[in-house]
Design a protein around this ligand. Sequence first.
Ligand code: NDP
Length: 477
Amino acid sequence: TSAQIGVTGLAVMGSNLARNFARNGYTVAVHNRSAAKTHALVEEHGHEGDFIAAETAKDFVQALERPRRLVVMVKAGGPTDAVIEEFAPLLEPGDMIIDGGNAHFADTRRREAALREQGILFVGAGISGGEEGALNGPSIMPGGPAESYDSLGPMLEKISAKAADGAPCVTHVGPDGAGHFVKMVHNGIEYADMQLIGEAYQLLRDVAGYSPAQIAEIFRTWNTGRLDSYLIEITAEVLAHVDAATGKPFVDVVVDQAEQKGTGRWTVQIALDLGVPVSGIAEAVFARSLSGHAALRDASRSLAGPKAAPLSAAEAGAFADRVEQALYASKIVSYTQGFHEIDAARAEYDWDIDLGKVASIWRGGCIIRAAFLDRIRAAYDARPDLPSLLSDETFAQEIAAAQDDWREVIVAATRQGVPTPGFAAALAYYDALRAERLPAALTQGQRDFFGAHTYRRVDREGSFHTLWGGDRSEVEA
Ligand code: NDP
């Protein structure tokens, strides 16, 4: 017998993905650098489906039916290159290597180009949903040559999560690095979502005076409305959890220094290169890094803060409603920014990415899955050339309805000295886009003054320079 798919790299993600394929009726060849993991998988889960355990790379490749479909689930970076170097010489034209790790999209572009020379189809596939998703249905974002999707697509559709309407949460995203790019932005949006939720929590606690258990209840209520999402759901779970050792709220015994693995940072780095303002995502990444500067925070604890009194119990409920509005409006802005980044990459790399499809495959399986994504999909389906999510009439109306509360919440946060970089950056983005005139005109004047960088005029075509050091007359540049 031969296997329809193979998985190499059998840590938590790889083994769960292999089991997912097997449970869906596929014969799966499994391989790991150290064979112990391969045997452990087959021993523990062999009864779930048909596995072929392979000890060597050669056995693994020979176990696969042609064209071969070989999923690599190893540590991203050097290990992925090492595995490709090991397997590529054993493959034949038309075979596929599917990298399901969290690769940087530039690495995926490089690998795709190199393997194309050999006639191997390289599919960089973003996979989201953590270990639970890998086992029961992740959101999958495959890129690479379109022809790879002919035979691979139906298999991925089978093992993927399904949205509420039954649609599989996978699509061919676009050529070479497009899949990993979209996965990267997914993670950037995830950072922003988590930061906004964190700010909402802090405000409910420090300004409104609620306990973690009460805030868990508030999040549970929010989760029945337009904020309905996986992250809001697990936030309620985490806030309601009590530490067994101390009897304190779990959130109070965890060190408040957030870690990160890098995909959020990449989202911001690439956005800087592409010139896309993803200020909300950037604030989320910076907020994590600030939290980790323990010595700096210790040295700063005695800095002066405001002397405003917290809200009375009577005012707390209305304030919580306002925080919901601020959270929702800020969330619309972070998704607007994330989709702008994908749109910019589409132009930069000539990727034919369907933004509505992207929203559609994020509706299930992945960490940012949310009812809200159905609305984004609808917005792009109605108008594929939508310049920005904020140009969608429904979102624009919702923000219009939320904005007074949004502003009030930021005012309250400022008065009480509670940092809300995510809420504030989102509002600043919104107000900047709305503005009739921006101080960028002054910036251009300053640049022309000190560096003769020239400026354009509102009333005439061309580039101009003012002779600042001379008689201040204007010349055409
Ligand atoms: P790890 O990232 O911890 O990687 C461990 C696996 O990589 C093991 O199978 C290990 O083999 C193999 N490996 C490491 N170095 C090499 C090498 N030089 N040559 C061959 N194999 C090597 O595993 P995860 O399951 O957590 O993640 C796999 C991939 O999926 C990563 O790219 C990760 O970023 C991505 N991912 C992870 C998610 C998660 O929630 N964990 C979510 C989405 C994506 P050995 O057993 O022999 O050491």
